[in-house]
Ligand binder design. Structure first.
Ligand SMILES: [Zn+2]
Length: 221
């Protein structure tokens, strides 16, 4: 959780205060661009953008927004690795370099130790960390490290594939490229057979032949 905790130092402002401050600043942005913030169509825009930042797309900056968790006890079968896998978790995040969307999916695998988590909670945790200005690599890492912490298991693997609008809609204007990142912990990192199992669950992850041999938290494409 070290990344999560370090970056949650956070604001002491209430939500209403944040919205007021951001709306004022955004009015300044509109003016600087030569737009008229008093025009009928822009009049509500600063507050609308500020509310969207605080209550929706960056709500993951608030510790209290972390999902409520439910667990079940789990008795590990002696002869099975019992991998839990959730695929195709839909993610919408925002790149912190340009504050534009990056969208894609996360796949999560873990080996339960003494407890399993409600399945939808994996989706909610991934979406919580996506609801911040992010880097895809950090997002991937935060999901994996928080799950390892919550589930008290060192064995967690997370794979993400995302389209970045800062690549698609500006700059190089490449609409087709996607970015892949993975973060492997515990046996998924250290044990080749578990790494292979991860690849079996996520064949799309094996398109790069050196997958799993690159350093953690690295981009694959
Ligand atoms: Zn960007």
């Amino acid at each position: 959780m070290r990344y999560a905790l370090k970056r949650l130092g956070g604001s002491v402002l209430s939500d209403d205060e944040k919205i007021t401050v951001i709306a004022e600043k955004f009015t300044g942005i509109l003016k600087a661009l030569g737009l008229d913030p008093d025009s009928p169509s822009l009049k509500e825009t600063p507050k609308r953008v500020a509310t969207m930042y605080v209550k929706e797309i960056f709500v993951g900056l608030k510790k209290e927004a972390f999902p409520k968790l439910t667990f079940s006890d789990f008795t590990k079968p002696t002869r099975s690795s019992s991998t839990v896998v959730v695929k195709n978790i839909q993610l919408v995040s925002h790149c912190e370099h340009h504050f534009v969307p990056m969208v894609g999916v996360a796949h999560i695998a873990y080996l339960p130790k003494d407890k399993v988590i409600g399945l939808s909670k994996l989706n909610r945790i991934a979406k919580y960390f996506a609801s911040r200005p992010q880097l895809q690599e950090r997002l991937t890492c935060q999901i994996a490290e928080s799950l390892a912490h919550i589930l008290q298991t060192p064995d967690v693997a997370v794979f993400t594939e995302m389209s970045h609008f800062c690549v698609q809609g500006r700059g190089v204007l490449d609409k087709e490229s996607t970015t892949r990142a993975h973060f492997l912990l515990g046996r998924f990192e250290s044990d080749p057979s578990f790494r292979q199992e991860f690849l079996w669950f996520f064949p799309e992850a094996s398109m790069k032949k050196n997958y799993g041999e690159t350093s953690q938290n690295s981009r694959l494409a």
